[in-house]
Structure formats: structure tokens, C-alpha cells
Design a protein around this ligand. Structure first.
Ligand SMILES: Cc1cc2nc3c(=O)[nH]c(=O)nc-3n(C[C@H](O)[C@H](O)[C@H](O)COP(=O)(O)O)c2cc1C
Length: 163
């Protein structure tokens, strides 16, 4: 299985989280690719029949609960070029700050909403990190990701894991 981490970020925190996951989770998934969302559109999710890939949206939040600038094109394309994404399995790491009470982690949550609307299958719950809590998103994010990957691998059929 391949893990593709799609990174939406303004000041690189989400990228650092993705890099920490790439290093820490190599024993669980042999192929982990990080893609900054810049220039990406819906076709990054491929076409059915499903490629043996799992996607991890790793996105911060800006403005008033918006996706980061580098994620805008991908986010918009989920609306303007809709396709059925029933073959896509994904998870979400949403970075935010609870001092933004009304829009906490909306960047990641907005991706989740659009992906669900297109029929993609989320594995596990959306994981939110609060920058005001003083905890390290890289450390907490990798710990969460290990559990999430175990769940995703458990849901993968034996033929897919051995393929
Ligand atoms: C100008 C600005 C606006 C922000 N708006 C929100 C917001 O609406 N909701 C939220 O949860 N976090 C918000 N944040 C917090 C960031 O999402 C958080 O600090 C995140 O860890 C940054 O990750 P990045 O470096 O990958 O962009 C905002 C931060 C800044 C600087």
C-alpha cells in the first residue's frame, strides 16, 4: 500500500508534520509520498479501479476558517470538477488554533466535508491539533497516524496488502 500525504500549509507546520510521519511510519507503510497541494486538482485522487493508495489530508486553517492559499485550487476543484471518489480512502489531520473559536480547524474539516460529498471513504475520525495547547503537532500527529494506519491496514483486504 502507498500513503500519499497532501499538504495544505502557509507557514510549513503541516509540512513538518507530514515529514515526521514519513520518517516515523516507514515500518507500517513502505511507500509514503508527500505532495504539497500547490497546483493540485481533483485528479490527484486518480481514477477507479482503485489504485492501492491511501490519502492523508494534512491541512492548516487561515483567514476566517479558510483552507491555506496553496490548498485553494485543490479545494475548489472538488466543487468545480466534481467526480465520484468512491474508490478513495482517506484520513484528515486538521491544524488550527482554539483561540479561533468559531472556525477551529475548519481547513481540514472543509476538505473532509467535500470529500465525503463526493463519496470518498474516511478512515477514522478527523484529528485536530490545537496550536494554543502548546503540544508539538509533529509528535502528536505521528502518534495519531500510527493508530490511524493500523486501522486502515486492518480494513484492507489481504489481496490488497500482498499485491
Ligand atoms: C492569520 C491566521 C489566521 C488563522 N485562522 C485560523 C482559523 O480560522 N481557525 C483555526 O483553527 N486556526 C487558525 N489559524 C491557526 C493556524 O491554522 C495554525 O497556527 C496552524 O498550526 C498553522 O499551520 P501551517 O504553518 O501549516 O500553516 C490561523 C493562523 C493565522 C496566523
Amino acid at each position: 500500500m502507498k500513503l500519499k500525504i497532501l499538504v495544505g500549509t502557509m507557514t510549513s507546520t503541516a509540512d513538518y508534520v507530514a515529514q515526521a510521519i514519513q520518517m516515523d511510519c516507514a515500518d507500517l507503510v513502505s511507500d509514503i509520498e508527500i505532495k504539497l497541494m500547490d497546483g493540485l486538482e481533483i485528479d490527484v485522487f486518480g481514477q477507479p479501479p482503485a489504485e492501492d493508495a491511501l490519502y492523508l489530508i494534512c491541512s492548516s486553517t487561515y483567514g476566517q476558517g479558510d483552507v491555506p492559499d496553496n490548498a485553494r485550487m485543490l479545494y475548489d476543484s472538488l466543487d468545480t470538477q466534481p467526480q465520484f471518489l468512491g474508490h478513495v480512502r482517506y484520513g484528515v489531520i486538521a491544524l488550527g488554533d482554539r483561540t479561533y473559536l468559531q472556525t477551529f480547524c475548519f481547513g481540514g474539516k472543509k476538505f473532509d466535508e467535500r470529500l465525503q460529498g463526493l463519496g470518498a471513504q474516511r478512515v477514522g475520525e478527523v484529528w485536530c491539533h490545537d496550536a494554543s495547547a502548546g503540544t508539538l503537532p509533529e509528535t502528536e500527529g505521528t502518534a495519531w497516524c500510527r493508530e490511524w494506519l493500523a486501522l486502515a491496514l486492518a480494513q484492507t483486504s489481504p489481496t490488497e496488502t500482498t499485491a
